[in-house]
Write a protein that binds this ligand. Sequence first.
Ligand SMILES: [Fe+2]
Ligand SMILES: [Fe+2]
Length: 171
Amino acid sequence: MIMIMKISKKVEEVLNKQINAEFWSAYLYLSMSAWAEAKGFKGFANWMRVQFHEEVSHALKIQDFILTRSGQVKLEPLAAVKTSWDSLLNMMEDTYEHECKVTSLIHQCYEAALAEKDYATSTMLQWFIDEQIEEEANALEIIDVLKITGEKSGGVFYLDKKLGHRTLAGS
Ligand SMILES: [Fe+2]
Ligand SMILES: [Fe+2]
């Protein structure tokens, strides 16, 4: 008989919270995508839409993990997200700030897994720890360019064009 070590209640709880955080991130980026699209920044809108899909895939990764470990998935309601921003820079700064918050949530999940000696969960979370380095760096890179070019120059036009090339596979 194959024994799968069932996930503990504590770890199950923090992972369910993380599913909600990942879906909330997806919702936030979809809202940003809509705002950017309405403002005529199609590239930023595309980048945010890819980001939305990525966040959904993060949520599903955790959901599938809980199910594989014979845990229970609980999908809680999503809190409302912002619907408008003062500027592209303001939107990207919100993105960076949010990703830093998600990083600390992932670290909390990791600490909970270690406290429970749940090494399978900590290994799964390692992927998220690495991913968050990328997530923070990507947002910062765009912020840097926006700060250098200013928002009304041709630089933004080229940045928007560049962000329009982001695809889900190559993100
Ligand atoms: Fe994520
Ligand atoms: Fe993210």
